[in-house]
Design a protein around this ligand. Sequence first.
Ligand code: FAD
Length: 432
Amino acid sequence: MTHSFDVAVVGAGIVGLAHAWMAARRGLSVVVFDRTTRAVGATVRNFGMVWPIGQPAGELYRLALRSRELWLELQAAQAVAANQCGSLHLAHHADELAVLEEFCAKQTHDCRLLSVRETLQHAPIANPDGLVGSLWSPTELRVDPRVTAASIAAWLQADYEVRVNTATPVVSVRDGILTSADGQQWRARRTVICSGSDLHTLFPDVLQSSGLVLCKLQMLRTVAQPSIRQQAHVASGLTLRHYHSFEDCASLASLRKRFAEQNADLDRYGIHVMATQSANGEFILGDSHEYGDRISPFDKSQIDDLILQELRKIIRLDDWTIKERWHGVYAKHPHQPIFEAEPQPGVHVCVGPGGAGMTMSFGLAERAWSRWTWTRLCSCPNSSGRSESWHCLSEMMCTACMVLSTAWFWWRPVPEAEVGWHTTQTFCVLTL
Ligand SMILES: Cc1cc2nc3c(=O)[nH]c(=O)nc-3n(C[C@H](O)[C@H](O)[C@H](O)COP(=O)(O)OP(=O)(O)OC[C@H]3O[C@@H](n4cnc5c(N)ncnc54)[C@H](O)[C@@H]3O)c2cc1C
């Protein structure tokens, strides 16, 4: 047995790193494991779009906005670079504009419609042919997917003393003991399984019966476009079929019908098109969606051609030379933003944020840790570990403080109330 930790996280993709960060923020000692030497999963293969506008109104949009705040917190801590670029859904057809108008009228999201002139100011790459307007949302961020996971892991190590064990496949978790493929073992009071698209190694029975499905996406990257500077992410009318935020719009039906009649392969391969420009001037372009048994290890040039064909309708680039092609695979639950289960006491499975892992992981991890902390608080007398007990005690004290200070705030006259409020708040922070 090598070491004991409060928390072990399996998987150093964005979901694992988010859970590791939330644990470390609580003062817990954390160890992270990944089977590879550097991240190669969905977290490095994506667009790097933090995309709250795609989340339906209510809890999920709120969680996406909370994740956004946490990304900006990471940026302030110089852990990552997060560009507040916003996004544009370009409309090149009357039915696309109708969906955008209907969506905007609901006033559930922070967004507004732009005229053609305003659109071309925000999106110099927008194809003016047939352009009828766009939807501007200021909430989207751009992070560099190729470096972000490594940067967060390095920051967690440096600032929170999180231990990151790469090249360490975990093959079993039992009674608080994690065992790697080479037989090494670690003890952890709480284990969080964030194993991405691997549904076979850890708790395969739970994951196989979870309803999770795998989804494969094809992506492309152009050569640099030095004379273009496109700040906002750009999406097309096809994207309105993809994200749940637009699902309630009655006008979506005729748009769906038009695309289905235009080319059945758009639906067959789940194609919707988006573009984002990296800091070095290259554009990341995508994407397609093939599910379950349809996933092949080999990419289809037909899909790449379709993506490029649709993109050429909505944007203009100086040079469409494709520098790189790749695909990524993620796990997705049909109804939940992420699949969560507790197959053993103190072992949490958190897998499958689908196409929104960069957007949702921090908010989802924060929510999960609040829930787990509350459970621990309620079961405090059974807690055996010193560290858990200390945190449990401090959280109890903080809760008591909050109750007392709130009572004080409401029932005492000002200014004593304010003094008391600030004193108890300070005590709470110190206790945490
Ligand atoms: C092409 C593409 C584009 C996307 N674009 C966006 C986007 O723009 N915005 C957005 O919000 N989301 C996007 N997504 C979704 C997002 O990338 C994923 O939801 C997210 O990266 C999933 O993170 P993860 O940590 O669950 O998985 P992963 O990043 O795959 O990480 C899982 C890790 O667990 C490790 N692991 C698994 N099993 C074990 C084990 N037994 N022992 C040790 N290590 C193990 C793996 O090695 C891997 O590193 C996109 C996804 C793809 C594929």
